[in-house]
Design a protein. Structure first.
Length: 172
């Protein structure tokens, strides 16, 4: 009987081993794809606009009832002229918008804004920028940077702002 129990035990163990080795279950293969994050495409003109505003400086400031260029304004305009004459920017045209603070009549401030924009343009042309590439517009007191009625706000609003004209979106 010992032999039979031992034989039975051996047979069961052999079958268990054979069953275990016979096949391996297939594993489900899961492919995880990394999401593709596409960088926004920024056009050359958009890069140039950001460069002008953030690094060169696109705004000069004026004193109360003034359109003459301060030393600080001239320094900004020199950087603008260098930027405008870079080979990669030669196809762009520019607009200088003259602005005023809220004091004074609408007509007076429009005329003052025009003189401010023309003063900036004349300075840039004197540095070698083609006058055909620069247009001027006056917004007077119509487009304030700071809507408050404080001396600080008025100082911010007395400015000339240079922008690159996007031929596809050319609007004042």
């Amino acid at each position: 009987m010992k032999l039979t129990k031992l034989g039975t035990l051996g047979a069961v163990a052999s079958m268990a081993l054979l069953a275990a080795c016979s096949t391996t279950p297939e594993e489900d293969i899961v492919v995880v794809e990394e999401p593709v994050i596409e960088e926004p495409v920024v056009s050359g003109i958009e890069v140039a606009k950001m460069e002008l505003e953030q690094n060169v400086g696109n705004r000069v400031f004026y004193g109360y009832d003034q359109y003459n260029l301060t030393a600080d304004a001239q320094a900004v305009l020199r950087r603008q002229a260098a930027f405008m004459m870079m080979p990669e920017n030669m196809d762009y045209n520019f607009r200088i918008a003259g602005n005023a603070d809220e004091r004074g009549t609408r007509e007076y401030n429009l005329a003052l804004g025009e003189r401010r924009a023309e003063a900036a343009k004349s300075f840039l042309v004197g540095l070698g920028v083609s006058p055909a590439r620069i247009s001027v517009v006056s917004y007077g007191k119509e487009r304030p940077i700071d809507p408050r009625s404080t001396p600080e706000a008025w100082a911010k609003n007395r400015n000339g702002t240079t922008t690159i004209i996007d031929p596809e979106m050319d609007m004042f």
